[in-house]
Design a protein around this ligand. Structure first.
Ligand SMILES: Cc1cc2nc3c(=O)[nH]c(=O)nc-3n(C[C@H](O)[C@H](O)[C@H](O)COP(=O)(O)OP(=O)(O)OC[C@H]3O[C@@H](n4cnc5c(N)ncnc54)[C@H](O)[C@@H]3O)c2cc1C
Length: 384
């Protein structure tokens, strides 16, 4: 495949190194993590030492001082290696960038260097039992009391939730003001009275990922942990960061599509049916040709989005297009590829079976695909 324009020589070198790390260090551990429903905590330190965390955070805050291209490489290689038991996207791609964009100097100096080493693991807690797509409906409240906020509420489906030491929590600081009453509060969880983690949630896929419920029962955090200069900025802050978050999901989707196709090509080349390789059948050849065409078209679009993210012109509707179309196509490609594996495709020891279960959620999280289409339609309406 042609190297995209954003893949400069230093990014290629970085990619080769990242690929080795995921393939050699982490991929062999996935099976155990899936069995144990949790990655080892030490993996975060290891990822920090190997330069996988906070790649696009400035060196002044402990990051690697790279660009979105470096982050894109990490997202791609993590997807390609099928290592999804710890979310670097949430940690580095989302929370670190909220801090960089909206944090005070003190907040940045306090948290970013430790996130870059993996000493602190970060999570973002938006979703609640009664509010997912509709974030204005969040009920977790933060009431100002002297120099503190007091948080009451519960969050669910939180990625990295079990290991997280630093959680960016979406709260209502003013329940009467709708979106304008939403704020982001950074919560350090270590030994925090009133903070409790619920069970690790049982999922149909991504079995090694520590997706958890979080409970806040009169939790006190310093008022200085608010992100931004004043209350009520949370909704705007969330909206501003969504394009890059969704693009990261699309990059992972492209990587997993290609992995699904590569796995299937290798399988059908050796599997014998009716005295010849499965690959010799016209149906197999056409299905794979269709899948590769779809994957190449998607990758080309996502590469263009990466280039736009790098030059600061990626907008919300275009990122929404990348998110919904890539995850939708990924689902269809993985399904076709599983079919070509026959019964073996249904056995979890085969990567295609794990992919089948793991990727389903990508059409739901990060904004459901229907929400993506709504965003695109709204921008079309504005231009009509
Ligand atoms: C494995 C996993 C990891 C997650 N990680 C995190 C995390 O780290 N942090 C976090 O905060 N959340 C996380 N989530 C939550 C995720 O973001 C939500 O599940 C998602 O936003 C959808 O919200 P919901 O589940 O409440 O569904 P609902 O909002 O109830 O929506 C249900 C369905 O309704 C449809 N729908 C919703 N809105 C619209 C609309 N406007 N137009 C048309 N149809 C619509 C869609 O089909 C949608 O799937 C995670 C979820 C999962 C499953």
């Amino acid at each position: 495949m042609i190297a995209p324009s954003w893949m400069t020589d230093d990014v290629v070198l970085f990619r080769d190194n990242v690929r080795k790390v995921f393939e050699r260090e982490f991929a062999p551990l996935e099976e155990r993590w899936r069995r144990e429903h949790l990655a080892d905590r030490s993996v975060w330190r290891q990822a920090g030492e190997m330069g996988l965390l906070c790649t696009s955070i400035p060196q002044a805050y402990g990051g690697a001082g790279g660009t979105f291209a470096h982050e894109a490489v990490v997202a791609y290689e993590q997807g390609r290696a099928l290592v999804n038991s710890f979310s670097i996207n949430v940690h580095s791609g989302i929370v670190a960038h909220y801090l960089l964009a909206y944090g005070s100097e003190v907040q940045k100096q306090r948290w970013l260097p430790k996130m870059a080493t993996g000493e602190l693991v970060a999570a973002i807690a938006m979703s609640e039992p009664g509010a997912g797509s509709d974030l204005q409906a969040v009920r977790t409240s933060a009431r100002r009391d002297g120099d503190d906020y007091v948080i009451e509420g519960a969050k669910t489906f939180i990625t990295n939730g079990h290991h997280a030491d630093l959680v960016c929590v979406v709260v209502k600081t003013d329940a009467a003001r709708g979106a304008k009453g939403v704020s982001l509060l950074m919560v350090e969880t270590a030994g925090l009275p009133g903070f409790r983690r619920g069970r690790l949630l049982e999922k149909i896929g991504q079995h090694g990922q520590d997706t958890a419920e979080l409970f806040f029962d009169g939790v006190r955090v310093p008022a200085a942990n608010l992100l931004g200069d004043e209350e009520g900025q949370g909704f705007r802050q969330l909206m501003q960061q969504l394009a890059r978050e969704r693009l990261l999901i699309a990059i992972g989707a492209v990587a997993m599509m290609q992995r699904a196709i590569d796995e299937t090509l290798a399988y059908v080349a050796q599997r014998q049916v009716f005295g010849e390789p499965l690959l010799a059948l016209q149906n197999t050849r056409f299905k794979l040709a269709e899948c590769q065409t779809e994957a190449t078209i998607t990758q080309t679009f996502v590469d263009a989005c990466i280039a736009r993210q790098l030059d600061g012109t990626l907008d919300v509707p275009t990122a929404a297009m990348a998110k919904w179309s890539s995850t939708d196509k990924l689902g269809r490609i993985v399904d076709e590829c599983l079919q070509l594996h026959g019964g073996y495709g249904y056995m979890t020891e085969y990567p295609i079976a794990r992919l089948y279960a793991d990727v389903r959620v990508l059409r739901i999280l990060g904004g459901a695909n229907e929400v993506m289409k709504e965003l695109i339609a709204r921008s079309m309406e504005r231009n009509a």
